[in-house]
Design a protein around this ligand. Structure first.
Ligand code: AMP
Length: 416
């Protein structure tokens, strides 16, 4: 693998996988261009080094070509941010001439890769009542044509850069498979490098104490992360809807709070593992409960294991936050993933917002703080604290798989 800082781009064409999967409104205006801005340093590096660019990305989840998912909607913004003209290939498989004609400093954007089923390698248009054999045959067919698709993309360029952390957990044509066509000319872009370095500061050799805050709705979706991090963390704070499964498992009354009855045993196993590993576990022991799942519901503060019938835990109460604050301000490394309550409703966002504030304070005191996962990222951004924590990850699913200790296909493909 190569390093983007030392690679000689002069006279070379770089095909760069970026994550330009940005939200668009009904008139195709970009409502948040964070992902485009994030990739600009990598793109500028290639141009400044005398190379030309072939940019590729997906946008949304199209089932085939559809104007709604066309990357042409975002050309103007890329041109503004990159400060140069961007040519467009309306079919990513028919860009041979445009790619061949690129001169140093020129930029070509390929149309949405997911207009082709081969990008993801998943068959499309299968009848709902398709037999297992038909499904198997369709899968084999798309895998076969995926090779040609990948080879074709690779034929446009002399080197490959992966800078799409958001899709690094997918073994797609452009995120992983293409790398093997560039055995000596493949590298990470700056977004990927930044994410990998930040996560390594937490999972690799963290300064201790290491405290992990895990929130969100379900034990089932976070259990992989909990298990892996119990091997590493000194303290673990569990909050959000997950807490009530733990409370019920220990015989608590949780009213009509969110619960996963099929995760009760998992919760008990987690408690046992934490004890065995010497990890100090903290829950939102005191919560704000509501009499309805509504921002304007009546509320009361009560213990998380003694919620009255008909009421549900919606947020961590100030008492819980105070307890966590002491732990967090003594930590040298903090990882946060998942909200402490139903933060989409302003009346139940206080716990989540308070965590964002404490992380900013811990960062100012010298701790390394990493915020990862869609909702916690939204919370720090909303609170204006995005630049007051050490690192805000751009990848939701990719981050979770990383935290589960899995090797991401997009990272492995560059490294091997
Ligand atoms: P996740 O995607 O697993 O990180 O979960 C995020 C979701 O968890 C958000 O939509 C929150 O509204 C939800 N959540 C957090 N706390 C609670 C709670 N106490 N009850 C129900 N949902 C919750």
């Amino acid at each position: 693998m190569q390093n983007i800082d030392s690679y000689d781009f002069s006279g070379r064409k770089a095909i760069v996988r970026v994550d330009f999967n940005v939200p668009l409104d009904a008139d195709f205006n970009i409502t948040d261009d964070t992902r485009i801005r994030a990739a600009i340093p990598t793109l500028k590096k290639v141009l400044a080094g005398g190379g030309s660019l072939i940019i590729m990305s997906h946008l949304g989840k199209p089932k085939g070509p559809a104007d709604k998912f066309s990357l042409r909607h975002i050309i103007g913004r890329i041109e503004e941010l990159l400060g140069t003209k961007v040519q467009f290939a309306p079919d990513c498989m028919k860009a041979d001439e445009q790619a061949a004609a690129l001169k140093p400093g020129e930029v070509l954007l390929l149309e949405n890769l997911r207009f082709y089923a081969e990008e993801e390698g998943k068959p499309r248009g299968l009848a709902e009542d398709a037999s297992e054999e038909e499904k198997k045959a369709a899968k084999a067919a798309v895998k076969e044509s995926q090779k040609k698709f990948t080879e074709h993309l690779a034929s446009y360029a002399d080197c490959y850069i992966n800078d799409a952390f958001g899709t690094a957990h997918r073994a797609h044509a452009s995120t992983a498979l293409i790398a093997k066509y560039f055995p000596n000319d493949k590298m990470f872009g700056y977004v990927m490098e930044g994410e990998i370095k930040a996560i390594d500061k937490v999972l690799g050799n963290p300064q201790r104490p290491l405290t992990v805050i895990l929130g969100g709705a379900k034990v089932s979706s976070k259990i992989g992360v909990i298990e892996h991090l119990l091997d590493l963390a000194d303290n673990m704070i569990v909050c959000g809807g997950m807490v009530f499964t733990f409370m019920k498992a220990q015989g608590g009354s949780i009213g009509k709070s969110l619960v996963e009855d099929d995760q009760i045993q998992t919760a008990l196993d987690t408690l046992a593992k934490a004890k065995e590993k010497g990890v100090r576990l903290y829950f939102s022991d005191t919560v704000v409960a509501a009499d309805a799942f509504d921002n304007n519901a009546r509320t009361q503060i009560c213990p998380a294991n003694a919620i009255p019938d008909g009421w549900m835990g919606m947020d961590a109460a100030p008492e819980s936050i105070e307890e966590w604050k002491k732990v967090l301000l003594e930590s040298r490394t903090i990882l946060w993933n998942g909200p402490a309550g139903v933060f989409e409703m302003p009346n139940f966002a206080h716990g989540t917002n308070a965590i964002a504030g404490i992380l900013a304070e811990a960062t100012a005191k010298g701790a390394f703080t990493l915020v990862g996962g869609g909702d916690s990222v939204a919370a720090v951004t909303q609170m204006g604290y995005a630049d007051k924590v050490s690192y805000v990850s751009t990848g939701g699913g990719a981050m979770l798989e990383f935290l589960e200790g899995k090797e991401l296909p997009g990272i492995k493909a560059i490294r091997e």
